[in-house]
Design a protein around this ligand. Sequence first.
Ligand SMILES: C[S@@+](CC[C@H](N)C(=O)[O-])C[C@H]1O[C@@H](n2cnc3c(N)ncnc32)[C@H](O)[C@@H]1O
Length: 213
Amino acid sequence: MHFIPEKLDDYVVAHSENEPELLQQLTRETYQKILQPRMLSGHYQGRVLSMISKLVNPKNILEIGTYTGYSALCLAEGMQDSGEFHTMDVNEELFDFQRKYFDKSEYGHQIFQHLGNALDIIPELDKTFDLIFIDADKENYPNYFNLIIDKLNVGGIILSDNVLWSGKVLEPLKPDDASTKALLEYNSLLKEDSRIETVLLPIRDGLTISRKL
Ligand SMILES: C[S@@+](CC[C@H](N)C(=O)[O-])C[C@H]1O[C@@H](n2cnc3c(N)ncnc32)[C@H](O)[C@@H]1O
């Protein structure tokens, strides 16, 4: 969904950084071989994630929802050389695809994949993080926030994707729409929680930046 007119959107992309060659390859192979390729962050949002990560220059990064590894490789661009990138996904069929691209990048040795339900994996991680990207099942966004907030260092950043959910956050809520319900709750939670400060950016499907105080 385009929240701004398509021509303006094209102009925005044309005047932003080019997509690195490895990510172009990853995108092509995702579209050829993997179901639901539209899930990957893509060129423009990827460059936004890369830029934010370079500004934060995090040591450790946590990602919830790896898919084929596109956003992981973008966020890794800003990670410190001594840092670790922990990313998780419940879909085991994606594991080898992710590893192939991680190992083609310069960050492969710093990226640790976790296979399984993020709700089970996060409590087991004995680490703290400077940057956390939430991009998995929308129903669990409030649960993910509650699980990660104590693992986020002061000054650290949470990036939350799809918070506008194609504009459904403005429509009357359908009783069986658990994703929109959870996102409405989540967006309010981020705004109200006194441990963080938050801005919601109308980038792509909505990307919120929250900073721990
Ligand atoms: C939107 S995709 C992630 C896209 C990726 N971050 C990117 O930008 O390229 C969401 C991913 O979350 C995973 N996922 C959904 N529910 C999950 C859960 N409970 N635990 C871990 N991963 C989950 C899905 O398998 C899917 O690959």
